[in-house]
Design a protein around this ligand. Structure first.
Ligand SMILES: Cc1cc2nc3c(=O)[nH]c(=O)nc-3n(C[C@H](O)[C@H](O)[C@H](O)COP(=O)(O)OP(=O)(O)OC[C@H]3O[C@@H](n4cnc5c(N)ncnc54)[C@H](O)[C@@H]3O)c2cc1C
Length: 375
């Protein structure tokens, strides 16, 4: 079932589907168990052009539409949400501000990142600032010829393997947030140890400390205090992308459960024939298709440059909640085998929890959806 995809979109979907079948599925379990960044696969995803899909050709990308990008994300996360999380970080949040606001030196990192030769991350969250970004305490002192950055960040995806970071901080001159480009080799940048997580274990996450980090003037991205304005430019896309991650993992859970229900026999027949089990599949199918259609609809609004803030929040909220429901139901269908490490279902269930947090928690999205209603 498709959202009236055009030929190019179908081709993209097929390319990533084939790649996942050939390369990712056999490694997904090990990526999770070893808690290691899937460097080889990450580079191969780069070779497929994924990191540059949403950037213009003039910047080294392939200028694909957001629907195509979302389809690629769905396929990658069908194979491994760890891999997909690392790759989407690289293709969107880690690189956007370099592309949009960087000078020539900064853009050279961007170009290498599109090829997967340099790895990036984004540092917004702090121990005391999660949903409330304005609670950020990291601070840059403005000098005549640059900045001195101090602060602590946490939950930074890809930080343990990152070559550069995009850092949100306040300054001594403005109330608003500013964005800084910070190569990780600079003195005073310290990457903490990886945070052990319930899911997406191959997408490494860690704390980062900035201790008197000296930045030249060209490492500010955009104007002082305008960080939130720039973030808003991609917030809808971040949410659509997170919805796509949710759909991918939910699809994997649904398909595994469907296959199992048609093989497992109890009381003399395959369990799919029991009405109570069939009802679960009908409910999951409705959720999955609705989430998929709505997300691609939200993506298509982006492609038409139409306002999509509300739609992107609805897509992310609905798809991530559905993904968690579907992974839970699929696990129940496998019963004890859904609880066994040998099967992938437990991994999907653990991984899917991430989609409830990244791109805004469900509570924050509900508040903002309601806020839009009375604008
Ligand atoms: C795997 C993973 C990867 C991540 N990667 C990155 C990354 O690369 N870079 C980065 O900067 N961050 C990253 N994050 C952090 C993520 O963005 C934050 O976890 C998220 O913003 C929520 O912040 P918090 O966890 O501090 O929760 P809090 O904001 O403390 O929220 C705690 C609870 O309170 C609720 N709550 C908070 N405020 C309100 C309110 N006003 N009304 C109602 N309920 C409210 C929330 O919904 C939640 O249930 C990552 C997180 C995870 C789990």
């Amino acid at each position: 079932m498709n959202f009236e995809l055009n030929d190019i979109q179908k081709q993209i979907q097929q390319t990533f589907r084939e790649f996942v079948k050939r390369k990712v599925l056999s490694q997904a379990k090990a990526i999770d168990e070893n808690r290691e960044f899937p460097m080889q696969l990450f580079r191969e995803v780069g070779d497929l052009g994924f990191f540059g899909m949403r950037y213009p050709e003039s910047a080294g990308g392939s200028q694909m539409d957001i629907v195509s990008y979302s389809l690629a994300v769905i396929e990658l996360s069908r194979g491994s949400l760890s891999l997909a999380a690392a790759c989407t970080m690289q293709s969107l949040m880690a690189t956007y501000f370099l592309y949009r606001l960087g000078d020539e030196e900064v853009k050279s990192y961007f170009s290498q990142a599109l090829e997967g030769k340099k790895i990036g991350g984004i540092c917004m969250t702090e121990p005391n600032a999660g949903s409330d970004l304005f609670g950020i305490q990291s601070k840059a002192e403005v000098l005549e010829d640059g900045f001195i950055l101090n602060g602590q960040k946490t939950w930074v995806t890809s930080a343990p393997v990152a070559d550069f970071l995009t850092v949100f901080a306040k300054t001594d001159q403005t109330e608003g947030l500013s964005i800084f480009f910070v190569p990780t080799h600079l003195e005073g940048v310290n990457i903490g140890k990886s945070i052990e997580k319930l899911g997406v274990r191959g997408s490494l996450t860690s704390e980062v400390y900035f201790d008197q980090v000296r930045l030249p003037s060209n490492y500010i991205l955009g104007h002082l205090g305008d960080g939130t304005k720039y973030l808003l430019e991609i917030l809808a896309e971040i949410r659509i992308m997170t919805a796509a991650l949710s759909i991918g993992v939910a699809t994997a859970a649904f398909e595994d459960a469907l296959q199992y229900a048609n093989e497992r026999k109890q009381f003399g027949q395959v369990i799919y024939k029991f009405q109570a089990v069939k009802m679960k599949f009908a409910e999951m199918k409705v959720q999955l298709d609705t989430a998929r259609h709505y997300t691609l609809f939200a993506a298509s609004l982006s492609d038409q440059n139409k306002s999509r803030n509300q739609e992107s929040m609805i897509a992310k909220l609905y798809a991530s909640e559905c993904a968690n429901d579907i992974c839970d139901e699929a696990c129940r269908i496998l019963a004890s085998y859904g609880y066994a490490e040998e099967y992938s279902l437990q991994r999907y269930l653990r991984d899917a929890r991430f989609t409830l947090i990244g791109g805004g928690t469900s509570e924050i999205l509900k508040l903002n959806i309601a806020k839009e209603l009375i604008k």
